[in-house]
Design a binder for this molecule. Sequence first.
Ligand SMILES: Nc1ncnc2c1ncn2[C@@H]1O[C@H](COP(=O)(O)OP(=O)(O)OP(=O)(O)O)[C@@H](O)[C@H]1O
Length: 427
Amino acid sequence: MKAKSSGLIVGISIGVVIGALLAIIGLLCFRFHRKRSQIGNSSSRRAATIPIRANGADSCTVLSDSSIGTESSRTSVHNGVSSWFGGPRKSHVVAASGILEYPYKDIQKATSNFTSTIGKGAFGSVYKAQMSTGETVAVKVLATDSKQGEKEFHTEVMLLGRLHHRNLVNLVGYCAEKGQHMLIYVYMSKGSLSSHLYSEKHDLLSWNLRVQIALDVARGLEYLHDGAVPPVIHRDIKSSNILLDESMGARVADFGLSREDMINRNASNIQGTFGYLDPEYISTRAFTKKSDVYSFGVLLFELIAGRNPLQGLLELVELAALNTGGQVGWEEIADSRLDGNFDEQELNDMAALAHKCINRSPRKRPAMRDTVQVLSHILKTRHNKKHHKRSKSDVVITIGQSDRQSSMNSEHRRVESMDSIADSVDV
Ligand SMILES: Nc1ncnc2c1ncn2[C@@H]1O[C@H](COP(=O)(O)OP(=O)(O)OP(=O)(O)O)[C@@H](O)[C@H]1O
């Protein structure tokens, strides 16, 4: 009986030990498995968030103003590369930039055999294309008399593909077949700034929108000058090269193209557009970032006056500058169609900035990063004024006369301090 019970005890003990061992092994296996799956998850998460372009162009570039950012992975995911994978030949991706090559026949089909013309510029015709993926794009077919060889074209595509910013008309693909060179861009549904300023078919651009457009353009150019590696000088800033997206956001187009390819080059070999050209460039033939700043100044005056350089814009500006001393009184050149619907202070600040941009001496012109600061300051001041007006009217309803007086005093003090900030941003 005793032997029987001690056998039972030994049996139970062995069972408990084996059970415990099994439990420990099971626990270890479970933890090991969980760790492995965590590693797997984190690497797939990383893969999903690493920008497609690892060459630096798509990483966030912090420039002069805190709200700025490159289009970055947003472009890659939404209107950039990833949404394009269904369409083009995957084997022909230009690896360094992520820009995709499209077969000629796809473009031919998407443009209804090149009949969907949007317009024609110095580089050739532009077509609207409806891709089989559902995307709408703009296809620029470079003129066939282009002297650019295959290698140079691919180099240009690689360089263009590195430039990505929310205020640039980004390149998304290309086609090099049948002796043709085509560049495929994000489609800008609202057309060019020049058409909005000068064509009857559009509603009048409000003053508020004009300032926002000026800031968008300044940010795009600032990115080209200070964010792109190597820096890019645009060389042809003008209102027809500023395109507007669905929400009227402005983007700089036609950047980074080798100007040697332009058709109808004039004999003097001066490149760019008359009226926007830096006089210093005309005399020295050296195009610098400050030449872009000059053209940007002309564009700012265009927004203010609603008149282009071929309609005597700069003559008007010079006359007004005699009276304003470059500072105040610029209202006299305001676009008459605005019918006085603009903030005088904003208009004077923007005109004073434009006047600095077109200074004959390039050294005295601001850098693009300075123009971004001044324009965002104008918009911040507008925002603050609106906010204060609203809170002031709330105060009027709830407090008595003496309190109202003190609140107005503090508003007065705030405006004074805003003025001193404006002086410090002055370029
Ligand atoms: N990405 C785009 N989306 C929508 N329309 C575009 C796009 N790119 C160009 N366009 C339009 O196509 C037309 C031709 O443009 P392009 O840039 O070739 O010439 P341009 O700017 O008119 O003149 P230039 O070549 O002298 O600068 C213009 O009406 C322009 O607004």
